[in-house]
Design a protein around this ligand. Structure first.
Ligand SMILES: C[S@@+](CC[C@H](N)C(=O)[O-])C[C@H]1O[C@@H](n2cnc3c(N)ncnc32)[C@H](O)[C@@H]1O
Length: 392
């Protein structure tokens, strides 16, 4: 089967998938930790920004329906619970007119979120992108470490062609059944064409046969669905990402895929299928291209710097992969036409005049990509913030 199908199954199959079954546990005592699972600090920082956005939405249409704080892929529900708590404590005026909406495709995870959010001070409901698109909301949509859980394509160079990698089942008299990664069919010309923009074509002698990486073919359909959820308000994606030149550097011969189980990381994506988390970094340029597909013709991006300020970055969570992380990457856009398109907002860091706050020793400074349409904070020791706005 194609690697993408394998990754989708081992993560999301309702009976056997790591998320689908609800087997994976997030947090210091679970399989891996994320920033929100380490305590309420991350949510407390983010709550300031979320409150700003909700307030802007409220001011722009005071008589409109209640506001929504939507979280896609809430995991254990920690971020949603802590954000709701912080809003209720610090901005009761906004909390009084905001509902919490959770979008979780995996029933096993939803069951635990319901338990975690049992005492939530905000009205709380679970829904799907499809259902929300029927009556789009005014609010904020968050996705923290969700896009890295979308199934990726894996491609492998055979010395002459890029091929999709497949997972095959073998039976051996002595070793029994085993899974193997093998080169499959060559990429179609259209898909191969997209590799030029990522620096994977023309071929380089620095990438020997067997060199492999990832493409993020699930990104565009996900963004299309997310775009339909909000009638007004920003989408904030927080995740791990690399620029294409780093993602697809010849020195990264196996992409970024990592498996996590019991707080142990492995570069082997076939390890403990259905028991381990599988995650791949995002490629910034691929994400930019997917986002730009959503700028409506004639509408153009919002003013640079007019966008909301990001929260201060949180310390790198356990699941970031670390310096030894092997690499894999994103894929070409596909899927259905986007139901609604986004104008994008620029970002300005809200650092004090003197510059950014101090970084942990040894961390590289984050940098701002001053794209005319948007900005993102990118640094090895921090999450990446990729905000883009709806109709604010
Ligand atoms: C790595 S966990 C992140 C959990 C949480 N946001 C955190 O940071 O602790 C990924 C979450 O996204 C969910 N998920 C996977 N695919 C998804 C999709 N297509 N849309 C929304 N959520 C998804 C998983 O079930 C899981 O809850």
């Amino acid at each position: 089967m194609p690697f993408r199908t394998y990754m989708d199954w081992v993560l999301h199959d309702p009976g056997h998938g790591a998320y689908g079954s609800g087997r994976l546990r997030i947090g210091p005592d679970g399989d891996f930790a994320t920033a929100p699972s380490l305590g309420p600090d991350f949510a407390a920082l983010l709550a300031v920004q979320v409150a700003d956005w909700l307030e802007q939405l409220q001011r722009s249409a005071p008589a409109a329906h209640p506001l929504a704080l939507v979280e896609a892929g809430p995991g254990e529900g920690s971020l949603a619970a802590d954000l709701a708590g912080a809003l209720n404590r610090d901005r009761p005026d906004l909390a009084a007119c905001t509902e919490l909406v959770l979008v979780e495709p995996n029933a096993g995870m939803e069951a635990r979120q319901r338990r975690r959010l049992a005492g939530c001070p905000l009205p709380c409901r679970w829904s799907s992108f499809e259902a929300l698109a029927q009556a789009p909301l005014r609010g904020v949509l968050l996705a923290h470490e969700v896009l890295d859980a979308l199934a990726v394509e894996r491609i492998v160079w055979d010395g002459a062609l890029w091929r999709r990698q497949v997972v095959s089942l073998h039976e051996d008299a002595s070793a029994g059944l085993s899974l193997r990664l093998e080169p499959g069919e060559p990429l179609e010309p259209e898909a191969a064409e997209g590799l030029h923009a990522l620096g994977l074509l023309p071929p380089s002698p620095q990438r020997p046969p067997g060199w492999c990486t990832e493409l993020h073919s699930g990104l565009d359909p996900w963004l299309c669905q997310a775009a339909a959820v909000l009638a007004a308000g920003p989408l904030l994606v927080i995740d791990y990402a690399l620029e294409a030149r780093r993602y697809y550097a010849p020195q990264r011969p196996a992409g970024t895929l990592m498996a996590y189980r019991g707080q142990a990381a492995s570069g082997d994506p076939l390890v403990a299928p259905g028991e381990a988390d599988l995650t791949a970094h995002l490629c910034i340029e691929t994400l930019e291209r997917a986002v730009h597909g959503r700028v409506p013709p004639g509408r153009g991006p919002a003013r640079p710097g007019a966008g909301p300020a990001p929260p201060r970055p949180a310390a790198r969570p356990r699941r970031s992969g670390g310096a030894a992380a092997p690499a894999r990457g994103p894929a070409a856009a596909g899927g259905s036409p986007c139901p609604r398109r986004f104008p994008l907002a620029g970002l300005q860091p809200r650092w004090p005049a003197g510059g950014h706050p101090p970084f942990p020793a040894g961390a590289r400074s984050p940098r701002w990509l001053n794209h005319p349409a948007w900005g993102l904070l990118c640094g090895d020791a921090f999450n990446v913030l990729v905000p883009y706005r709806g109709l604010l």
